[in-house]
Ligand binder design. Sequence first.
Ligand code: E4P
Length: 220
Amino acid sequence: MKFFIDTANLAEIREAHSLGLVDGVTTNPSLCSKVGVCDPEGFRRLICEICELVQGPVSAEVIATEAEAMAQEARNLAAIHRHVVIKIPMTAAGLKATRLLAAEGIKVNVTLIFQPVQALLAAKAGAAYVSPFIGRLDDINQRGMELVEQILTIYDNYGFDTEVIVASIRHPLHVLEAAMAGADVATIPYAVLMRLINHPLTDIGLAKFLADWQKNRPSP
Ligand code: E4P
């Protein structure tokens, strides 16, 4: 399973990358705004810097909502770097834009997927990736991981090569469940990624090893 990091924060991306845990990055307008980037030029610079750093797929989301405008914005974003993937929301206009862009060889990540047939439509439109938002479904008492399992079954039934990015991850168990389900990618917030590394028994075990080593050392 590939690990993407779900952030627009360069310091977080750098740190996770240095741990070898970043196969790609997903951003969205909220995440960019959180790091103070909400203008087109700043956004282009940020996306370019992230692409250079990770050398893997970096999702950049369009702001336009009409199909032609989305496609034009997407072409401009795709020209920033060969690793840019265009994030397009799951709407009728988004599907039209996805179809246009896929025909031009531009990779699209269809985002804001909340039911399995939306993912089927996105794959039929030529999406390279879909992003089911599991945490937001869990938040309203629907099992988000069930959506991922259904999408994987549908794609397997019909041989779609659209990759499933498990998004809106809230905690380490979501990552475990995504891996157990066989999802292609989990896009993980930095804080959750760090929590995957640690276990209290690892810390206790290490402290004991070091203490035992000290205990039986011959005195100088
Ligand atoms: C990633 O592609 C999504 O934009 C992100 O995971 C959404 O997460 P949230 O539901 O925590 O905002």
